[in-house]
Design a protein around this ligand. Structure first.
Ligand code: PGA
Length: 249
């Protein structure tokens, strides 16, 4: 039976003490969870949350990282620093990074390659805006983000990559793509990946859905054949809303 990959993106929320409290609660309540579970606290809380998660199966993730290993890059956090703290995965190309901080596909790709070089699992986020969807550009936009995001990734490294499909209009809005709509985009992404890496690699690829995932839609979304997990924002900020998602079956 496949296991699903459920990730909580805490975004720019929580002090260190609040992050530790949530991580402790999740460690207690998700001890026997059969899914792959990850939490991505803010950079400032990574070290403390890493300490809490020791001995637990919950993976530690980061929400972003700089595109260089080290150097004169004021304000950036490097892959080496993340690894040093025990981070195992990193969310890259989140739509908030792409749209608010103007991260390009090229920059996101550079980060994907750097994460893989150092053994971190990238979660590559892709997704269209409402304007792009309504303008019939969904496949062009998402297809480009997938192709450019994966440029130079070897077939062996693809196995460490997760793609998160997050329609921008569904993030934090309470609007969710219908399970059917989401599944259709996931199938499209899988087809694009099959074109690049072959059918077997595409079939094995984990594609998460993100955008207003809640306890009451998680099972319907992940019940679809092409939806292999969830990237959860708002509902990941409390154990009472995140635990039911991670334990949806
Ligand atoms: P949301 O965020 O669950 O609050 O919509 C998802 C995300 O941005 O990863």
């Amino acid at each position: 039976m496949r296991s699903y990959f459920i990730a909580g993106n805490w975004k720019m929320h929580k002090t260190v003490a609040e992050s530790v409290a949530l991580a402790k609660e999740l460690k207690d309540k998700l001890g026997s969870c059969k899914e792959k579970v990850l939490v991505a606290p803010a950079f400032t809380a990574l070290a403390a949350v890493a300490e809490v998660l020791k001995g637990s199966s919950i993976m530690l993730g980061a929400q972003n990282m700089g595109p260089e290993e080290q150097g004169a890059h004021t304000g950036e956090v490097s892959v080496l620093m993340l690894k040093d703290l025990g981070v195992k995965a990193v969310i890259l190309g989140h739509s908030e990074r792409r749209h608010s901080y103007l991260e390009s596909d090229e920059l996101v790709n550079k980060k994907v390659l750097l994460a893989l070089k150092h053994g971190l699992e990238p979660i590559l986020c892709v997704g269209e805006t409402l304007e792009e969807r309504e303008g019939g550009k969904l496949e062009a936009v998402v297809g480009t983000q997938v192709k450019k995001g994966l440029a130079g990734v070897s077939a062996a490294d693809l196995a460490k990559v997760t793609i998160a499909y997050e329609p921008v209009w569904a993030i934090g809005t309470g609007k969710t793509a219908t399970p059917e709509d989401a599944d259709a985009v996931h199938a499209f992404i899988r087809k694009e990946v099959a074109g690049l890496y072959g059918d077997a690699a595409a079939k094995a690829l984990c594609i998460q859905y993100g955008g207003s995932v809640k306890a009451d839609n998680a099972a319907l979304l992940m019940g679809k054949p092409n939806i292999d997990g969830a990237l959860v924002g708002g509902a990941s900020l409390k154990a009472e809303t995140f635990v039911p998602i991670a334990s949806f079956r």
